[in-house]
Design a protein around this ligand. Structure first.
Ligand code: CFM
Ligand code: HCA
Length: 533
């Protein structure tokens, strides 16, 4: 209730309280335009789950591109902690061009910080070319590199001239934005500018050519989605960027439709592709049986081909007949339970449908670093005021490609389709949440504990940073970033894997042996006042 929420907020010093209040909502359908503040700085001292711009650029968007070597210019920690932890999988027909299991870093030392790291970076690029012969290289900046002023652009351009392959530099110093989100945007811009459309291919090599944007093949998600899409008859030109490649990305301009799974990380490229090549984008959600079926039907409706529509229905009926009995088994264990679902920028929303299919109600959800449109819908974008932090990220202004721009669908047909399917649109998370449920932006450690005490969820879906604290409270925690080393969770088979893993969480007797701290004697008690004493 509002009263309980106020009691939580009352424990904060007044400035912090004023700030955090704007990031928390109790869903109320009577107020259709509930505003939530998002994509603003975390207050220093608060224990947040957020990451940095480098994580969003190198870790999220670039990292999965398997035939490029991704060099981290910085001290070793940045490269080390983004080495394999995200579980973006990749395989390649040419094993010499799959660098996914490596981690490349300039390993800057104190002397490089003092005297500059440009020479060392140039040497690392030369060494990489000599040993690995990649098709292209990326260089990502970390915080200290920006602070000492190494010119990544100049080093990269000189290396391009020496080696004759693209060497792309990314000014994604961790502090470039308030979270990973800044890094997504920086990566999107340069991939659009330098990679997408860089091939001479004029036509895609098959029927119904599509790109899949915002799908990173975590735990093999993309492979499971592609299994179904290929069976229906789609030609997948490129995936951005799960199990993706420089070689594929160059041809992305030849698709007839762009699918957008994670809008947060890649809506920039989706929009730019529409402007530059005339290719519309469709919001999809391949998580859960309903999400999967609806997305497949919307895709078929876009192409409007009878044979495709029929094949789509055939595959859907067969897959549902196969997995529904399995899901029903697990539903017996899950029915009636409640969940918290707090993930980065789109999964906090996408997984609610799958929880619902198992009879689990999401009572609290939120995103680490999403923007207001991810909560409230794309229509609010014009009302979002840019602040100093968002102005820090360069906007790339693309225009129609004179030679290659081709409207894939007539404006009249587009209008007609937009009434039926989410073309160039997403409605965000809030409209789908039940009245009375809690929506929290950039949830922190303190609020996590407080909300758990009040709502006592049966499962908490989040990430590695809060997982163990939650488990120590006697509550099963499910990582929806790395999937706790399981997966895939997307697509039809993914739904079954998820149902199995969540059911195992509930069925485990472990939780009965843990006493939550608040049922025990308090170790410490007191309050924090304005002066912090
Ligand atoms: Fe998109 Fe992602 Fe997510 Fe994301 Fe991430 Fe991720 Fe995520 Mo971790 S791109 S916003 S920056 S769906 S790495 S695969 S799980 S926070 S909810
Ligand atoms: C990142 C990557 C991350 C972290 C996951 C987590 C991922 O934000 O840099 O905190 O559990 O999915 O690997 O989001």
């Amino acid at each position: 209730t509002e009263k309980e929420l106020q009691e939580i907020l009352d424990q904060y010093p007044s400035k912090v309280q004023k700030n955090r209040k704007k990031h928390i909502l109790i869903k109320d359908g009577e107020q259709p335009d509930q505003i939530i503040e998002a994509n603003t700085r975390t207050i220093p001292g608060i224990i947040t789950n957020r990451g940095c711009a480098y994580a969003g650029c190198k870790g999220v968007v670039l990292g999965p591109l398997k035939d490029m070597v991704h060099i981290t210019h910085g001290p070793i920690g940045c490269a080390y902690y983004t080495w394999g932890t995200r579980r973006n999988k990749a395989k390649s027909d040419d094993p010499t061009q799959n660098f996914i299991n490596y981690s490349f870093s300039t390993d800057m030392q104190e002397s490089d910080i003092v005297f500059g790291g440009e020479k060392k970076l140039a040497r690392v690029i030369d060494e990489v070319v000599e040993i690995f012969h990649p098709k292209a290289i990326t260089v990502s900046a970390t915080c200290p590199v920006g602070l000492i002023g190494d010119d990544l652009g100049a080093v990269s351009r000189a290396a391009e001239a020496r080696h004759g392959i693209p060497v792309l530099s990314f000014s994604c110093e961790g502090y470039k934005g308030v979270s990973q989100s800044a890094g997504h945007h920086i990566a999107n811009n340069i991939l659009m500018d330098r990679v997408i459309g860089a091939s001479e291919l004029e036509e895609a090599p098959g029927k119904y050519p599509i790109n899949i944007l915002g799908e990173y093949n975590i735990g093999g998600d993309s492979w499971e989605i592609e299994r179904t899409l290929k069976e229906i008859g789609y030609t997948i030109v490129s995936v951005m960027t799960g199990d993706g490649s420089y070689a594929e990305l160059k041809n992305a301009h030849t698709a007839e439709l762009n699918l957008v799974q994670c809008h947060r990380s890649i809506n920039y490229i989706a929009e730019m592709l529409e402007t530059k090549y005339g290719t519309p984008w469709l919001k999809v959600n391949f998580i859960g049986m309903n999400g999967m079926c609806e997305s497949l039907r919307n895709m078929a409706a876009y192409f409007g081909d009878e044979a495709l529509i029929q094949k789509t229905e055939e595959v859907i009926s067969r897959e549902l007949a196969r997995i529904e009995p399995l899901m029903d088994q697990y539903k017996k264990i899950c029915e009636g339970k409640t969940a918290f679902c707090f993930v980065g920028g789109s999964r906090g929303h996408h997984y609610q449908g799958l929880f619902g299919e198992l009879g689990i109600e999401t009572v609290l959800a939120g995103y680490e670093f999403a923007h207001r449109d991810d909560y409230e819908g794309r229509q609010v974008i014009p009302t979002i005021k840019p602040d100093a932090d968002s102005k820090n990220i360069p906007e790339l202004h693309v225009t129609a490609d004179e030679r290659r721009f081709r409207l894939k669908v007539s404006p009249e047909k587009m209008e007609e389709l937009k009434k039926k399917i989410p073309l160039s649109y997403y409605a965000g998370m809030n409209p789908e949440m039940k009245d009375g449920s809690i929506i929290v932006d950039d949830l922190n450690h303190f609020e996590t504990e407080e909300f758990i005490k009040i709502l006592k969820p049966d499962i908490f879906a989040s990430g590695i940073k809060d997982k163990y604290v939650i488990q120590k409270m006697g509550i099963p925690a499910k990582q929806l970033h790395s999937y706790d080393y399981s997966g895939p969770y997307a697509g039809f088979n993914g739904a079954v894997n998820f149902a199995r893993d969540v059911s195992m969480g509930f069925a485990s007797p472990t939780w009965n042996f843990i006493v939550p701290p608040w049922q025990d004697e308090p170790l410490l008690s007191g309050t924090v006042n304005e002066e912090g004493v």
